[in-house]
Every structure is written in structure tokens, then in C-alpha cells.
Design a binder for this molecule. Structure first.
Ligand SMILES: *Cc1c(COP(=O)(O)O)cnc(C)c1O
Length: 381
């Protein structure tokens, strides 16, 4: 990925000037800065950024500039990446499964917090991690409200979590509990239910919890007209913590990925060909920046621009969208309404594409070469 300079005013200006044949991701540092400030000022605790959602250096650099000081990392490569940009940032290593070599690397890099959901993995940590660091026990509840469930892979039952928490104290680590309600979770009550149960777990373990990490999962705007209830979630978290823990609440931590970066990036794809009854061939697809669309449901935040920057406003017509590879799975499920007057060579602009887009791109069939361009403004194109 290359960082293109100089700044263009907006995606439209870039498309007119460059007429790119490859997919372009447009990053608005200003939008990213504003979202980061909303989290840092609105969340009642420490905000860490979940690097996996978008590890682009331009994203990390702008988050640092906006006052994000702590990062949720899941691998040695992510640890090294953040360290290279921010030698003093607080690193929270919240992938609960790690090899011994990975643990050693993390210790050498001064990671301050580790999550765990299994006794064997806790004992593995205890062989290498200095006492006085934080170990956060990850638990899960059968709670709906998210786009998909993270509890299938990680997190233990409240009962085992209480045993692990007691063991964390015995081993001499700082105590925390953590959970992840699932990504794109729109129900504030999901957090409240987890926080309530965290109190029970700490009580069962006989432990005064030092910190409570309420995970990521904050929703981004995926559909036009949607207003993700992030402020309502902050309020629900603050209220539930007060009600559960009273006068001695644990410090709160959150780790947004999606909601921090989604809005700051728009994606421009080119129409390579149009065939038959509404078949549209794009220069990127499910093996590239559209990887999440079949899982989450296709966003409707779409516009079609001609190469001279005119927005196509023809009647919405159902289209079948194919990606560029020769694999027949490489399509967007269902039909997507797009303007009747769109033609080969036009651009499809997709807003809200900052999370889980560049992060999961493959080079399958030689595609996936994305350019990253910085723009002042994404809204006005
Ligand atoms: C992926 C992940 C996140 C970020 O989740 P979002 O839904 O993108 O906010 C946070 N914490 C952990 C442990 C994760 O695995």
C-alpha cells in the first residue's frame, strides 16, 4: 500500500485528476481525528484501538496524533508495527492464544496487559510475564445483538472465569475481566449484561477488580440513514458500572476497531465491464476490500460517478456485482440497486469502508493492489 501525496480535496477531485484503474481507498485524517476525539472524550475510561481493524500506518499515525495512547494488538507483527510508530504506547495483547515465542517477544516489547481464557494459557503466561503486569480474564455470555458472535472462538464461562481470576491474583498479576460482545453490536444492553455479570464473577472469585475491559464491537454506520448508538452505549456502560460496582468501580477500558476507523475511509472501485442483464464487473471483490460484505450484508452507501466526476442519477436498477478474479464465488450476494445510466469506466464509491477492508485484502489472482490516498473531505464528492 502506498501513501499518495499531495492531498486531494475529496475523492471526486482525485478520480477526475488521476483516473485510476486500480481500487483506491480514500482516508480523511480529519474524520478519523474527529471519531477518535469522540471516543477519547466520550468513553468513561481508557480507549485502546484494535489494530486489526485497519493497521495502515497512516491510520495509526493519525490516531496517535488525535490522542490515542494505547493499542489492542493480537500478534508480534502488530506489536512491532505499533512500537515502530509509538515507542511508549501502552500495548494490550488480547489474543488469548499465544505461542511461547510470541509471549517472549511481547515481554521484550513491554506489553502491559494480556488476556486469557484458559488455565493452560495462563500458566504459559506465568512462566514469562513479570509479576505486576495485568492479566484480563475473558468470559462470554450467550448474548445476541452483534453482526456475528465472537464468543464462538474466545471467552470462557463465568464459572471458569472466576477460578482463573482467583489464580491471576495468586500469581501476582493485576486483575481485570474482559469480554467482546461481537462486532457491529447495536444493543447497549449487551454491554450492560456483561458488566453486571463481571461483578458476579469478581465476587465469586473474592477479588476487587482493578480494571474492566468492555471490548470492541461498537457499531459503525453501514446503511444510509442509520445513526449508530455509540453515545447510548457509552451511557449504558457508565450506568451499568455504577450500578454493579457502586463506590469502588474498576477502571474501564474499551478497544474499538470498526467504529474508530470505518467512517474515515471511502473506497472507489472501477466498473471494468457491463454484461447482459445487469452484470457488473468490478476491479475489486470479496478477496479484496469487499471481503466483509457477504458476511455483514452489502452496504447501501453507494454512489456511481463518471470519470468526469458527474454523479449518475438514473433509476435504481438491480445489478449483480462480480469481483475481478476468475473465481465464481467472487461476487456480492443478492442484487444491488445501482443507477440505470452507469457505464463501463465509471467509478463505484462506497462510504464507511475503513474497517476490515485493507486489513484482509489478499493478492488472489494478482488482484488486491490498493492505493491509499489522503483527502480533506469525504462527505462532499
Ligand atoms: C477484533 C477485536 C476488537 C475490535 O472489534 P470491533 O468489532 O472492530 O470493534 C477488539 N478486541 C478484540 C479482543 C478483538 O479481537
Amino acid at each position: 500500500m502506498t501513501l499518495t501525496r499531495p492531498f486531494h480535496q475529496n475523492p471526486r477531485a482525485y478520480l477526475i485528476a488521476e483516473e485510476p484503474d486500480e481500487p483506491v481507498l480514500f482516508l480523511s485524517p480529519e474524520t478519523l481525528h474527529a471519531t477518535a476525539r469522540d471516543f477519547v472524550e466520550g468513553f468513561p475510561g481508557l480507549v485502546t484501538y484494535a489494530v486489526k481493524a485497519n493497521p495502515a500506518e497512516a491510520v495509526l499515525g493519525n490516531l496517535l496524533a488525535a490522542g490515542v495512547t494505547a493499542f489492542d494488538v493480537a500478534s508480534p507483527a502488530e506489536i512491532a508495527l505499533v512500537r515502530s510508530l509509538a515507542p511508549r504506547a501502552a500495548l494490550h495483547y488480547n489474543n488469548p492464544v499465544r505461542s511461547r515465542a510470541e509471549i517472549e517477544m511481547a515481554v521484550n516489547q513491554g506489553v502491559v496487559s494480556y488476556s486469557v481464557d484458559d488455565r493452560g494459557e495462563l500458566l504459559k503466561l506465568a512462566r514469562a510475564v513479570p509479576r505486576g503486569r495485568e492479566v484480563a480474564v475473558r468470559f462470554k455470555l450467550p448474548i445476541a445483538g452483534a453482526a456475528y458472535d465472537f464468543g464462538e472462538k474466545f471467552g470462557t464461562s463465568p464459572k471458569v472465569a472466576a477460578d482463573l481470576l482467583a489464580e491471576v491474583v495468586r500469581l501476582g498479576y493485576r486483575t481485570a475481566l474482559t469480554f467482546h460482545p461481537g462486532t457491529q453490536c447495536t444493543d447497549p444492553q449487551a454491554w450492560a449484561a456483561y458488566i453486571d455479570r463481571a461483578r458476579d464473577i469478581a465476587w465469586a472469585a473474592g477479588v476487587t477488580l482493578e480494571r474492566l475491559n468492555v471490548g470492541g464491537g461498537f457499531p459503525a454506520r453501514r446503511m444510509r440513514g442509520e445513526a449508530p448508538p455509540v453515545d447510548a452505549i457509552f451511557e449504558a456502560i457508565a450506568r451499568a458500572t455504577r450500578e454493579a460496582f457502586g463506590a469502588h468501580p474498576p477502571e474501564l477500558v474499551c478497544e474499538p476497531g470498526r467504529a474508530m476507523v470505518a467512517e474515515a475511509v471511502s473506497l472507489a472501485l472501477r466498473i471494468k465491464a457491463m454484461k447482459g442483464q445487469g452484470q457488473v464487473y468490478l476491479n475489486d471483490g470479496i478477496y479484496g476490500a469487499l471481503a466483509e460484505q457477504p458476511i455483514m450484508g452489502m452496504t447501501d452507501r453507494l454512489r456511481v460517478l463518471s470519470p468526469d466526476g458527474t454523479e449518475r442519477r438514473g433509476a435504481a436498477t438491480p445489478r449483480l456485482l462480480w469481483g475481478p478474479t476468475c473465481d465464481s464465488l467472487d461476487r456480492i450476494p443478492g442484487e444491488v440497486p445501482l443507477p440505470a445510466d452507469m457505464v463501463e469506466g465509471d467509478y463505484l464509491l462506497i462510504d464507511g469502508m475503513g474497517a476490515y477492508s485493507t486489513a484482509t485484502v489478499t493478492r488472489f489472482n494478482g488482484y488486491g493492489g490498493l492505493t491509499l490516498a489522503t483527502v480533506r473531505d469525504l462527505a462532499e464528492t
